[in-house]
Design a protein around this ligand. Sequence first.
Ligand code: FES
Length: 157
Amino acid sequence: MLKEKRAAEVAAILSKYPHERVRSAVMPLLYLAQEEYGFCTPDSMREIAQICSIDPTEVQSVAGFYTMYFEKPVGRHVVEICDDLPCVLRGADKLVDYAETKLGIRAGETTSDGAITLKVAMCLAACDRAPMCQVDLKYHYDLTREKFDDMVQELRK
Ligand code: FES
């Protein structure tokens, strides 16, 4: 249980919100759960719902809406290639194909060594530097096959 494993952090998060607005703690609690378990587990989402006095489906809808919450296990690094229209017009679809071949997985899967999860993403608001991807919290712009290869090499170190 998050309230037992991370009691101090849960209390710190809840202290930021007035009691009648405790539902606003959903997002930081989801981050905490993800940090603890590697992803937002069904049990952790149920617990967060209970902490925030809301329905579990509301917690699931928040986790499902934001791409930085993971609802299933992911690798140590998450590579999200934007495949929205402006990026595709600059070759993102071919980069996704290349990344799948290079990593030996399909988008949505994790490499067998657990190092990298490959995902595709909707517009990440960096269209002026398309094609681009997000690796964990960092953006990589003007992506090419060579840059992708260098990035993967770095991630596997
Ligand atoms: S379409 Fe890729 S960042 Fe906007």
